[in-house]
Design a protein around this ligand. Structure first.
Ligand code: NDP
Length: 341
């Protein structure tokens, strides 16, 4: 089978591509320029990804261009849609153009274009825990979020957000709602599967040449790694996480599991906190003196909400990695990048 992956040069997408190629799928990846295609192939090759001859690229500069999406989807049986801005660079005044439009119109565009390609059986949309939780309610100790929960932010909230994290969360929830609205209002031939991961950590195999290009979630880990022996433990934000390879496995199984309906999955391993990341570094890595000490073994899980991720384990058979299994290889990679910079 041939699967389209949008945003193919991104952190999570690269792992989705690797997982599909390993499972003998053919993959077509969209990127915004030919040079990004080349860089992605090179990076996957350097990471030892198998079956690269089954990977091709389609250059789609504008993620909201339906004709370009229809062309990219030709002959595909499924699509995993990841292209969306997850960075905190935009400033007030830019949120609609840089976050809301690409996320919402891009997701609507994928749903609409996929309807025009009769061979498409599944549309997997990479949503986020940002689409699930209500950050305005604070930490809510004891609260357990499930697939039934929806972040209340609207399109207008995103456009007029006071700060970029709010605009990002709005872009994710409004985009996911747009996908659900699309399949409700049109008789599509495919099933929609949305995945809502927490913070995604793990080793990177996508093209990245400098720590300054680090994707938003791995930046959280780098901030701990780089805080210095006598530094403060950076505050923990959005304290639920998942490993990138586990998420790639979930994306792959989302294409394969048997269902006649549309489905939404929370994809979170468990809670984490930045103290736990510091403890792992100090216990497991030779660079342990670079990470702050803080209050070793102190955990904040009882001070905030958690997630019920039983559905993704039961239905997609995901067995989650531990935080240590995810953080140690990432930390080794980040420290070695820092040495060469
Ligand atoms: P990356 O920043 O590594 O990748 C983002 C991808 O989206 C890149 O291919 C990027 O292309 C593309 N993209 C960004 N902005 C646009 C745009 N305006 N138009 C077209 N393409 C665009 O992010 P991740 O791999 O972390 O995230 C991938 C997806 O997963 C996103 O949808 C994100 O919201 C979601 N997600 C991520 C989480 C995480 O913790 N990392 C958690 C939950 C959800 P280019 O390089 O050309 O900019």
């Amino acid at each position: 089978s041939l699967v389209l992956i949008t945003g193919g040069n991104g952190f999570i997408a690269a792992h989705c591509i690797a997982t599909l190629l390993r499972s003998n799928y053919r993959v077509r990846a969209t990127v915004r320029s030919a040079s990004k295609a080349e860089a992605t192939r090179k990076s996957l090759d350097a990471a030892g990804v198998e079956n690269l001859s089954r990977l091709e690229f389609s250059v789609v500069p504008d993620p909201t261009n339906i004709q370009a999406l229809v062309a990219a989807l030709q002959d595909c049986q499924a699509v995993v849609h990841l292209a969306s801005a997850f960075n905190y660079d935009a400033v007030p005044g830019e949120f609609e153009e840089k976050l809301m439009i690409p996320a919402v119109k891009g997701t609507q565009g994928i749903c609409r274009a996929a309807e025009q390609i009769s061979s498409i059986r599944r549309v997997v949309v990479m949503s986020s825990f940002a689409s699930v939780y209500d950050a305005s309610l604070g930490l809510q100790p004891g609260r357990v979020y499930t697939e039934q929960d929806w972040c209340p932010l609207t399109y207008e909230d995103g456009v007029n957000a006071p700060a970029v994290p709010v605009a990002y969360r709005a872009s994710k929830v409004v985009a996911e709602r747009a996908a659900w609205d699309y399949v409700r209002d049109n008789s599509v031939q495919y099933q929609l599967i949305t995945l809502c991961p927490g913070m995604v950590f793990g080793k990177m195999i996508h093209p990245i040449s400098s720590l300054s290009q680090l994707n938003a979630s791995n930046q959280i880990v780098w901030q701990v790694l780089n805080a210095g022996h006598d530094g403060e433990i950076p505050p923990t934000k959005a304290p639920v996480w998942v490993d990138v390879e586990d998420l790639a496995t979930a994306s792959f199984r989302a294409l394969e599991f048997s269902t006649s309906g549309h489905e939404r999955f929370l994809v979170t391993q468990a809670s984490y906190d930045t103290q736990e990341i510091a403890d792992i570094i100090r216990e497991k890595l030779p660079q342990k003196n670079k990470a702050p000490i803080g209050t070793p073994k102190h955990r904040i899980a009882s001070t905030h909400y958690s997630c019920d991720s039983s559905k993704v384990q039961r239905v997609l058979g995901i067995k989650f990695k531990t935080l240590e299994e995810s953080i140690v290889p990432l930390a080794q990679q980040l420290y070695s990048m820092a040495v060469t910079e």
